[in-house]
Design a protein around this ligand. Structure first.
Ligand SMILES: [Zn+2]
Length: 415
């Protein structure tokens, strides 16, 4: 890996997102540009990494997103023997038939923000989904943005729409008369995230991820040109439970590998050659193995909570805090004494965490006055008491700037 490509945060070592050509949103914009989309949601991939000719004559794109398959995890699974097919595809790409490259995801490195960035090609300040939970000025409460319940009473918020008006990639493609098919878990149909991610695409839900290859073949047969996205959520859940580098998660990685190989094979068999098809594999983020020693349960820290006007929100690896008026410094010191790295919203923008554009005013209020990164690979969890959740530390977590979370693979090759 070309290390100099990625900027590290001084005195921290975390990876800062590279929205200027080296991140997932740039990958998506490059694909949209290939199909003729003019008003792109982000800059395209930097010309230093995108091989000329890779997209020439491409009619079909098979875009596989494996939740939490970070670049470092992929390398680990290949070297442990859990992903033999992926190893073959990577070698093929590195031998000159494609591209294999780490990219950064967005900040925060979490599904709500990062998967939405992939399905829209836009960074969180543009698509609106700042994190798993955040302050929503319109309802004057902190809310879970994915499951739409408020922190104060735990009740579901009706007509909740935390997104800004950013089109999905399927909408961009539909304008170019390209059909998109979203192959994803059937149970996501109708969810808040799905409604935005898959807007204007054909929803192809699976009951078993092992059946993805058949669904991909069905989608490819349907039209002359196709953009087929495939989403695999299981690796993330497995890594949360067992840790990203555990044997159990290697088992799950092996299942991904076998299915991905079968997608490639089945599509080849269907078409008798795949010259016009581009395979792409990426992820929304990786995961770090939790450091229990430095992890905190914030519900047990009333001395912090009493300094805040709203409950802590954001992510367990990157929290948004809302200090009471005049209490900012005291909150900052509290977190720093416990080893955390703390930024104001303005500092976060200067560092490059949230892009260069002027922030939507309501969006800026969501992420609070202070952004707190817990030390090392630890997590600071907070559960709103009224929401009835149960507190637990995950073995694997994400949301922060560690390279295990921030770097994701970009693997592309022509079938
Ligand atoms: Zn995810």
């Amino acid at each position: 890996m070309n290390d100099s490509m990625f900027k590290k945060l001084p005195n921290h070592g975390g990876i800062v997102p590279r929205y200027d050509g080296f991140s997932t949103v740039n990958l998506v914009s490059s694909l949209l540009k290939h199909y003729g989309v003019r008003e792109l949601p982000s800059p395209v991939l930097d010309s230093s990494i995108l091989k000329t000719g890779l997209f020439d004559g491409v009619k079909n794109v098979v875009f596989v997103i494996v939740d939490a398959l970070g670049y470092n995890q992929l390398r680990h699974y290949m070297s442990s023997g859990a992903m033999p097919n992926m190893e073959r595809f990577v070698k093929n790409a590195e031998d000159g038939n494609g591209l294999f490259q780490p990219l950064t995801t967005v900040f925060p490195s979490t599904t709500a923000a990062a998967l939405t960035a992939i399905y829209t090609g836009a960074i969180p300040t543009k698509h609106g989904l700042s994190s798993f939970s955040a302050y929503i000025p319109e309802i004057e409460d902190v809310a879970n943005l994915v499951f739409s319940y408020s922190f104060s009473d735990g009740k579901k918020i009706e007509n909740f729409h935390p997104f800004l008006q950013q089109p999905s990639i399927s909408q961009f493609l539909s304008d170019m008369n390209i059909t998109s098919t979203s192959i994803t878990d059937k149970s996501f149909k109708g969810s808040l995230l799905s409604a935005v991610h898959h807007r204007a695409s054909v929803f192809s839900g699976y009951s078993f991820p092992s059946t993805i290859p058949t669904l991909a073949v069905d989608a490819l047969r349907a039209n002359e040109q196709n953009f087929i996205s495939v989403y695999w959520p299981g690796l993330d859940a497995c890594a949360h439970k067992y840790g990203p580098f555990s044997k159990e998660t290697e088992d799950e990685a092996h299942a991904v590998d076998a299915t991905f190989n079968r997608i490639v094979q089945q599509l080849k068999d269907t078409k008798g050659g795949m010259d016009d098809t581009l395979f792409v594999l990426t992820a929304d983020h990786g995961q770090v193995l939790n450091d229990e020693d430095q992890s905190l349960n914030l519900n047990s820290h009333p001395e912090l909570l009493s300094k805040l006007r709203l409950p802590p929100a954001g992510e367990r690896r990157s929290l948004y805090l809302y200090p009471k008026k005049g209490g900012e410094q005291a909150v900052r010191e509290w977190a720093q004494e416990k080893g955390a790295t703390v930024f104001t919203r303005e500092e976060a923008q200067l560092i490059g965490l949230v892009g260069d554009d002027k922030m939507d005013a309501n969006w800026a209020k969501r992420i609070g006055e202070l952004i707190v990164l817990p030390p090392g690979k630890s997590q600071w969890v907070y559960d709103p008491p009224m929401a009835g959740g149960s507190l637990s530390f995950f073995r694997g977590a994400h949301g922060g700037l560690h390279e295990d979370e921030m770097l994701v693979p970009c693997l592309m090759w022509r079938g």
